[in-house]
Design a protein. Sequence first.
Length: 209
Amino acid sequence: MSVSVPVGHVDLEAAIGIGGASIAREVSGWGLGDIVPRMQLGWQNGDLAYTLWLQAVTPTGRYDPGFSPIIGLNRPGIDTGIAFTWTDTKWSMLQFNTAFGFTFNFENQATDYRTGNEFHFEWAIGREFGKGLILGVVGYDYRQVTGDSGPGATLGPFKSHVDAIGPALNYTTMVGKTPVIFDLRHYEEFNAKHRFEGNQTIGSVTVRF
């Protein structure tokens, strides 16, 4: 069982042009994200490990309707999936990770807007360099599988998608008798439709009890 408490910074810029005239706006800011409690169960079979998870997305993040530095989604959600990890412990020390998940979204009460359900696929390939240090490449593929709905969906049932790839670093160490995991990832997005396209850097610290 785990709880994730995210804090994020968002920098958004949008521009529109008609003929020779254009208008641009930019907003940025820090804020608390959506807290995610999670339950998972995993198994180890030689070099292969696999995990089932179920988690809830709680609307606790910074959110204001309009063009603002939105950190949270302001809607509840339930996410479930399965993940696999295979490590070549005999020769290359390469590690291959994949995760398949499905998210069920509920209505944003501030906008009367319900985002469609989503499929997401994450992957990571890394190599261990020294004890506890893994460097590699990560990516994700996101697909919205049902359309948006609700009174606030005045522009129709958008189905968005995006892909991303980037470098990653993972380091596991002991602080006293407690395992601590540091993770740093940078994603460059591409192939976006009906959503912003950009890049994001994610850092996390996991403490195991």
